[in-house]
Design a protein around this ligand. Structure first.
Ligand SMILES: NC(=O)C1=CN([C@@H]2O[C@H](COP(=O)(O)OP(=O)(O)OC[C@H]3O[C@@H](n4cnc5c(N)ncnc54)[C@H](O)[C@@H]3O)[C@@H](O)[C@H]2O)C=CC1
Ligand SMILES: O=C([O-])C1=[NH+]CCC1
Length: 320
């Protein structure tokens, strides 16, 4: 007998995007983040990284099991920043979904769309959780996005969806007019900024979505009490945020174990974590009113597994 008598499904980016609408994905990723901070609910070893120094690339293997969501999957992701100059995505990936009872492979999913959407959804979940305890009052909500690549675009869209801000200000070191035009045509109130300082001035939510290895965001530019989703710099030597800024804030990890190992922003600034964002979602950890908060996300297999399972169950409802 062979498991391949029930052949594995291939699930395309188009199919994934049709399922993973923000109203469905943000609650699912919120549940995944909460599970990560619940004893026994998630098995998720810190990812294995293969460094290809010759091509300045990294291959990562990310397995994860999320019991409450019946999700078992592995993502294999390559990060090759030099691809940008070749007109290729800097991050490419596949996700293999397995049955949780038997381990039998169920589906292979295009991973780039999952990575794009689940990362932005995690930042959205974190933003909503923190704002329950610590929401700046008075001025209208302005969102800033630093970086205009895949994550910058997805963060602009999801922040617009959940916060309905007055403005979404975007900065990218090479300009961002084409992204701003695209977002405007979708109804996002996007504007292009020529400096980080202009983009973040007065912003209540800041999203750092760059491939920077040196800090782009500095303490004096950030409004006290703002919330920062820091998505880049998942490499012990890289930083997106100045150390003084990180030390001044309350910091919540997607997963403490991986952030303490991988997040240069934490490691190089010598900062300590308040805890995991799942604890804020559960309400067992409460950000202090008026403090600047940081959601430090390095990315987790649990998010990929839950997103993949959601897509599979939606497309093949009778197959589990
Ligand atoms: N936390 C998570 O779960 C995830 C994190 N990431 C990280 O998020 C970041 C953005 O990823 P993508 O949008 O997919 O990449 P991308 O290649 O699509 O976009 C990168 C952006 O960063 C800018 N950039 C490149 N070098 C820079 C520098 N030295 N200083 C300032 N800006 C610079 C580019 O101009 C571009 O706007 C990367 O660091 C990536 O590794 C990506 C996926 C998941
Ligand atoms: O979790 C993820 O997919 C990634 N984290 C950093 C680069 C990609």
């Amino acid at each position: 007998m062979s498991w391949s008598s029930c052949p594995i499904k291939w699930i395309s980016s188009q199919e994934i995007r049709a399922v993973l609408q923000w109203d469905v994905l943000v609650p699912a990723i919120t549940e995944a983040l909460q599970a990560v901070s619940t004893a026994g609910a998630v098995v998720q070893p810190v990812r294995t990284k293969l460094e290809d120094k010759e091509n300045a690339g990294t291959l990562m293997v990310m397995p994860g099991l999320v019991r409450p969501c019946n999700a078992l999957a592995t993502k294999i992701l390559c990060k090759y920043p030099g691809n940008a100059a070749k007109g290729l995505p800097t991050h490419t990936s596949l996700v293999l979904l397995n049955d949780t009872q038997t381990g039998v492979p169920l589906a292979l999913l295009e991973g780039d769309s999952i990575t794009e959407l689940r990362t932005a959804a995690a930042s959205a979940a974190a933003t909503l959780a923190v704002r329950k305890f610590n929401k700046p009052t008075g001025s209208p909500c302005i969102v800033a996005v630093l970086g205009a690549g895949t994550q910058g675009a997805a963060h602009a869209r999801v922040m617009n969806h959940i916060l309905k801000p007055q403005q979404v200000r975007i900065w990218s070191r090479n300009g961002c007019q084409s992204l701003v035009s695209k977002l405007s045509s979708e109804g996002v109130p996007a504007v292009s900024c020529s400096s980080v300082q202009d983009a973040v001035n007065g912003a209540c939510v800041i999203n750092t979505c760059t491939l920077a290895s040196k800090p782009v965001l500095k303490l004096p530019w950030v409004m006290k009490g703002a919330h920062i989703n820091s998505v880049g710099a998942a490499n012990g030597n890289d930083q997106e945020m100045e150390s003084d800024l990180v030390r001044s804030a309350q910091i919540y990890a997607d997963t403490a174990e991986a952030v303490m190992k991988e997040a240069g922003d934490l490691i190089l600034s010598g900062s300590k974590l308040e805890g995991e964002i799942g604890e804020v979602i559960k309400g067992t950890l409460k950000p202090t009113k008026g403090m600047t908060t940081i959601f430090k996300s390095v990315g987790m297999a649990a998010e990929d597994a839950v997103a993949a399972r959601l897509v599979y169950d939606t497309l093949y409802p009778s197959k589990h």
